[in-house]
Design a protein around this ligand. Structure first.
Ligand SMILES: Nc1ncnc2c1ncn2[C@@H]1O[C@H](COP(=O)(O)OP(=O)(O)O)[C@@H](O)[C@H]1O
Ligand SMILES: [Mg+2]
Length: 188
């Protein structure tokens, strides 16, 4: 846990040094790779978080999904139960800032969607191994969700976020693909 926490802090520090031009360049290249994936092309319902810098930008991916007629569903955190609920987003004005400066769907303006209806889940994370293991933000929200998720999963990563190893625990569930600036890493 401490090992994970120091790595989280270290990674946040490293990523915060990425300049805005490089952040935009890399985010755009990663997004373009996502659109070429069959999992993206076939997906009708995309589960995705609204990125907060220095995470890879997802606003452009959300816009692209809308343009392609896909349904976009965004998680809302329930910290007490450490649970995520997904709700449809059809415009950015349906978002509000709740916890930790994250943007979440406004309950009154959006409708809940069963996670089982998500075709492609874009899983956020701070760091990843090429085996698909993911260091999240420490809540374990996605590890819980992934225990019962059967759709496709994919994560987005700047090169700096690819690490050789970290203290993977029994509850950590890998993602199936990682899209980086240079390549798509296929895991399962
Ligand atoms: N499937 C699960 N069921 C219950 N608790 C879980 C599960 N997955 C993770 N957790 C809890 O969440 C905590 C945070 O998990 P961790 O993997 O460190 O965070 P993250 O995946 O966000 O980096 C763990 O200490 C663990 O107790
Ligand atoms: Mg984990």
């Amino acid at each position: 846990m401490n090992n994970k926490n120091s790595l989280r802090n270290q990674m946040k520090e490293t990523l915060s040094k990425l300049s805005k031009p490089l952040y935009e360049d890399y985010s755009y290249k990663i997004a373009t790779r996502v659109y070429n994936e069959n999992d993206w092309k076939r997906a009708n319902v995309i589960g995705i978080t609204v990125s907060k810098r220095p995470e890879v930008d997802t606003y452009q991916i959300i816009r692209k999904a809308w343009e392609e007629g896909k349904t976009v569903v965004i998680p809302k955190c329930y910290p007490k139960e450490k649970r995520l609920s997904f709700r449809t987003l059809t415009q950015f004005s349906q978002l509000e800032s709740v916890f930790y400066g994250l943007y979440e769907p406004i309950v009154e303006l959006t409708t809940e969607v069963n996670p089982a209806d998500i075709d492609l889940l874009i899983v956020p994370g701070l760091a990843f191994t090429k085996e698909g293991f993911r260091l999240g933000f420490g809540g374990g929200y996605y590890d819980r969700l992934l225990t019962k998720f059967n759709g496709k999963t994919l994560s987005l990563a700047f090169n700096e976020q690819m690490i050789s190893q970290f203290h993977v625990e029994e509850h950590d569930i890998p993602v199936s693909k990682i899209v980086t600036v240079e390549e798509v890493i296929h895991i399962t």
